[in-house]
Design a protein around this ligand. Structure first.
Ligand SMILES: Nc1nc2c(ncn2[C@@H]2O[C@H](COP(=O)(O)OP(=O)(O)OP(=O)(O)O)[C@@H](O)[C@H]2O)c(=O)[nH]1
Ligand SMILES: [Zn+2]
Length: 211
């Protein structure tokens, strides 16, 4: 399927599948593992309410990890020359990812900005959200997710700078363990001009974090 087609009407899952380069998801193996887990926690996987659960959970994991075995940065291959050499910023991109330590969700928003290079080459705004989405669909830590998004922009758009801020709540800190619901973690990754120029960085951060 052509990426252009998916851009207009494809879901993130279909999009990820179109980019798939590595192992396909092993549905039977995932189902068997979920069944084992249910047994391990003392449940009866054959009772009425749970009988379809291994298949359902496996499908959910397939979707949640659709960014594995793909190169998310590839979505930034679609660019066009707009001659725009000022800041482009997409903020409040909703984000759902999975903490690789506990395999539970962390969720929040990503703010992504870049200043196009001298050619003024830009990418479609939806592509920025797609990159966030695909890197999020992996077992992750927030710091790596943040850096991967910034590095993808630098690699594919050759911009003067890229800046990414992610604000998220980790359910592993809310529903278990330390149990601090509402605690929020902010991570940033700054590259290029945003690293060397405090003025550019603070302009972008101000636009990103202004309530
Ligand atoms: N830096 C960072 N830490 C994370 C992220 N997601 C989860 N963690 C932390 O990973 C750590 C794993 O610590 P461990 O001591 O191995 O695991 P644990 O015994 O379950 O830890 P507790 O959560 O403190 O109960 C915890 O402190 C989590 O809060 C993340 O995205 N970034
Ligand atoms: Zn965790």
């Amino acid at each position: 399927m052509a990426l252009e087609q998916l851009d207009s009407n494809g879901s993130a899952g279909e999009f990820a599948e179109a980019l798939q380069t590595g192992n396909p998801f092993d549905q039977p193996r995932a189902e068997a593992a979920v069944r084992e887990l249910l047994l391990a926690v003392g449940e009866d996987p054959d009772r009425e309410g749970l009988k379809d659960t291994p298949a359902r959970v496996a499908r959910a994991y397939r979707e949640m990890f659709a960014g594995l075995f793909v190169e998310p940065a590839e979505v930034l291959n679609t660019t066009f020359d707009e001659g725009h050499q000022e800041l482009v910023l997409v903020r409040d991109i909703p984000l759902y990812s999975t903490c690789e330590h506990h395999l539970v969700a962390f969720h929040g928003v990503a703010h992504v900005g870049y200043i196009p290079g001298t050619t003024g080459r830009v990418t479609g705004l939806s592509k920025i959200a797609r990159v966030v989405d695909l890197y999020a669909k992996r077992p992750q830590v927030q710091e790596r997710l943040t850096s991967q998004i910034a590095d993808a922009l630098m690699r594919k758009l050759d911009p003067r700078g890229a800046i990414v801020v992610v604000e998220a709540e980790h359910l592993c800190m809310a529903m278990r363990g330390i149990r601090k619901p509402g605690a929020s973690t902010t991570t940033s990754a700054v590259r290029g001009l945003f690293q060397s120029s405090a003025a550019s960085r603070s302009e972008a951060l101000d636009l990103m974090l202004r309530k």
